[in-house]
Every structure is written in C-alpha cells, then in structure tokens.
Write a protein of this length. Structure first.
Length: 287
C-alpha cells in the first residue's frame, strides 16, 4: 500500500475516532474537568494513537474483523490496566473510574468496523513469524517469566528514581503496601503488557532488532499518551516526571520483550530449505 493511501486512511480513522469519542462523551456524561485547550489535546493524543495503530495495521497480515478487533483492543486494554493502577494510587481524586472505563470501551468497540473497513480489506500478505507458537513450551515459560519480571523491575526502578520529585504529592494520597504494588505489577499489569507486546511482535513481523525498537516505541506511545494532557488531578510537575518515568521504562520493557521473543537469523541450511524447515522443525536460531 502506497504511503499516500495509508496516510489518507489514517486521517479517516482519526476523524472517525474523534467523532466517536465526542458522541460517546454525550452518551456517557461525566463531571466537567477544567483542562485548558482540551480540544487541541484530544486531537494531538488521538493523532499519536491512530498514527501508531495505523503503522501496526498496515504491517500485519491480519484482515477483517480479526484486524479490527486487535487494533481497537490494544489501547483499551492498556488503558484499563492503567485505570486499575489509578484506582490503587490516586485515591483522593474523586475521578469517575467506571465511567472513564465505559467511555474507553464503547469508543474502542465503535472503532472496530472503522479499522476493518479502512485497513482490513487489503490483499492477504504472507503469514508473519509467530513469537509464541514457534517456541517449545519450556522456552515459552521462562521467557514469559523473565518478561514479566523485567516489567516489575523497570517499574520499581524508575519509580524509585523519580520518587523524590513526587513524594510531596503522594503524601496526600494513600500509597498501598509494597506487597500490593508488586502483586499488581507481577500478576496483572506485567502479564497483560507482555501479551500485548507479543501481539505487537506478531503483527509487525519485523526482525529482532527492528522489532524491538518498533515495539518499544509503539507500546510507549499507546501507554503514555494520557500523561501528555494537563489535568487537575496531577500537578504539571508531577505529570511531567511521571511522563519521563513511563516513556523510558515502557520503551525499554517493550524492546526487551520484542528482542527476547523475536525471530533469530536463519542458518545456512534453513535458508536453502523451503519455508526454513529442516526435518520438520523450525531452524530459527534462538527460537
């Protein structure tokens, strides 16, 4: 697909996304929040999100409803687990967490046919590398554990670095015990984010190093964009510190997962064998 065609389709998705969000905002009304230039911030964040998702959609061989559901599901799943984090940490904000989740869910569901119509009817492409199916069960297990632990390690490490800059703010909040924080990262956010990064690896179909950079960038944008928007619940100083924390740690996390699970180089024997299969086994090194 030519770049101009991709750009036009992405612009149409962007317009549809903005319209859908405004309509859903009327159907799921929330208390008004005083955010300067809220329309401009909505346009910017939607542009970042749609641009990133369009880059994934144009790379994947998935088509039809499978593509539409996958593309729409990735950001709403990220937002859902981030909302859970907010419920645990930002206890005094009086945010309408349920309505925020409902708005995100309905908006994402309504964008499914948009993605399917604009990106899901292209010619079928060759099937991409399977980061999970290509590996034996034991390798899947230890790589998943390492990936999950890496998220928690980066989360705690980055949080420790920035804590002196946000401690006054969190003194007004209820910070849960460290056991609760670790459980949330190890058992909920970490596993969910690993699966989403693996989905990005699968959909992008890039070599190991290129895939690591692309997945790290895509996951960072899709997970960090809410921190760009000014809001009355996070003072600007706290918001910018958290933005630096999340973008750096999430990029490294996404890159680690993609590199760890990425496709290795084909051996000389494999390059001469149809489909890279020798004796009924995949000859991807490291896979």
């Amino acid at each position: 697909m030519k770049f101009a065609n991709v750009l036009l389709r992405a612009v149409l998705v962007f317009v549809a996304t903005c319209v859908i969000q405004m309509i859903v905002g009327m159907l799921v009304p929330m208390k008004p929040v005083a955010v300067p230039h809220i329309l401009q911030w909505m346009l910017l964040t939607n542009a970042l999100m749609v641009g990133t998702l369009a880059a994934v959609a144009v790379r994947t061989e998935w088509r039809g409803w499978r593509l539409g559901i996958a593309i729409a599901a990735i950001p709403v799943i990220i937002e859902s687990v981030n909302l859970l984090e907010g419920v645990v940490f930002v206890t005094n904000s009086q945010l309408e967490w349920g309505k925020i989740f409902l708005h995100a869910l309905i908006s994402a569901a309504l964008t499914v046919p948009v993605w399917m119509l604009l990106f899901g009817k292209r010619d079928t492409a060759p099937e991409h590398y399977h980061p999970i199916a290509s590996k034996p069960r034991g390798e899947r297990a230890w790589k998943f554990v390492i990936s999950d632990l890496s998220y928690s390690f980066l989360y705690i490490g980055a949080g420790t670095i920035i804590f002196p800059y946000v401690k006054d703010f969190y003194a007004t909040q209820h910070i849960p015990p460290m056991t609760t924080i670790l459980a949330l990262q190890l058992l909920v956010r970490g596993p969910v984010f690993v699966v989403l990064c693996l989905a990005l690896v699968r959909m992008l179909g890039l070599p190991r190093v290129g895939g690591a950079l692309a997945v790290g960038a895509a996951f960072t944008i899709l997970s960090a964009w809410p921190l760009l928007v000014p809001n009355p619940y996070f003072p600007d100083a706290v918001r910018w510190v958290h933005l630096c924390e999340v973008t750096s740690s999430n990029f490294v996390f996404g890159a680690i997962v993609a590199w760890l699970w990425g496709q290795g180089t084909l051996s000389a024997t494999a390059r001469s064998a149809p489909g890279g299969i020798v004796d009924g086994r995949s000859t991807l090194t490291g896979c």
